[in-house]
Design a protein. Structure first.
Length: 136
């Protein structure tokens, strides 16, 4: 990647509050990637499987439902969910306010510095091959 060594620091709740985008890549390293997501009321990430990527999601605000490997569980601020590579998953906003979370992918899943304002925009970028992670 060639990123500069040093300290990356994010006050994640503040970043989330200022970033209503569906998906925003905050940092991309050689082995992991930090992404913040805001799921609107009645919205969802969309059922998916990352074959070779582990994902760890931490919920900042709002309430929702985690659907991982055929199991469902409510999630709220302070919860963390691990999705191992190859596991079918989805996260749905079940509350009246945005569901805000940050997620760490290992290795990176999205294009460095990518910003997708809506799920539709994110899906279109992915379909067009414009959301590919950097290659080392």
């Amino acid at each position: 990647m060639g990123y500069e060594a040093g300290m990356e620091h994010f006050t994640i709740a503040t970043v989330a509050e200022k970033s209503p985008d569906f998906r925003r890549v905050l940092w991309t390293g050689d082995h992991t990637q930090l992404v913040i997501m805001t799921i609107p009321p009645d919205g969802e990430i969309g059922e998916e499987v990352h074959e070779d990527i582990d994902q760890i999601l931490t919920f900042v605000s709002g309430v929702g439902e985690a659907q991982v490997a055929g199991k469902k569980r409510k999630v709220a601020q302070g919860d963390l969910v691990v999705v191992p590579a190859g596991t079918k998953h989805n996260f749905v906003n079940t509350g009246p306010n945005p569901l805000v979370l940050y997620t760490v992918y290992g290795p990176p899943e999205h294009a460095d510095q990518a910003v997708h304002r809506t799920k539709e925009e994110a899906d279109a970028a992915e379909a067009a091959g414009k959301d590919e992670p950097p290659t080392s």
